[in-house]
Design a protein. Structure first.
Length: 139
């Protein structure tokens, strides 16, 4: 069994954003040479998420609206976490709703997706450099 590890660097210029990282993960898989196995993709930050869904701009807009309705950024004083001097409690909650990581099967050297599935990085407290871990194991 082989193991491969790579970090994808991201710099989201705004507080929130969604980035399709499917091609980056596919490049990692190609570099790994692994044909059969599993690919773990996870954010290395507690205010961001990695998830799988459709690559459709309307859906990204709908996520933004839903998450802001469930965990609004303002007023920042509504969150106890923000009493520590932070202003990102909503980002922690949004991450919990969207999840930390995804695992994708690898079959014949390709990510074994369903129709329309893509891997996304979701940022909820950006404006600085972030990392995504890609860990691939298999043969």
């Amino acid at each position: 069994m082989k193991s491969y590890r790579h970090e994808i660097a991201l710099d989201i210029p705004s507080r929130r954003g969604f980035v399709n990282i499917t091609r980056d993960v596919e490049a990692c898989l190609h570099e790994s040479g692994i044909q059969e196995g599993l690919c773990l993709v996870n954010t290395m930050h507690i205010t961001a998420s990695v998830y799988i869904n459709d690559a459709e701009s309307g859906l990204l807009h709908d996520y933004e609206k839903l998450l802001e309705r469930l965990a609004p950024h303002e007023p920042t004083g509504q969150y106890e976490h923000n009493l520590t001097g932070e202003d990102n409690a909503d980002a922690h909650l949004k991450r919990q709703l969207m999840g930390r990581e995804v695992v994708v099967a690898i079959t014949k050297g390709k990510l074994d997706f369903g129709t329309w599935e893509q891997i996304y990085y979701a940022e909820f407290d950006g404006k600085r450099k972030k990392r995504v871990l890609v860990k691939i194991i298999g043969d």
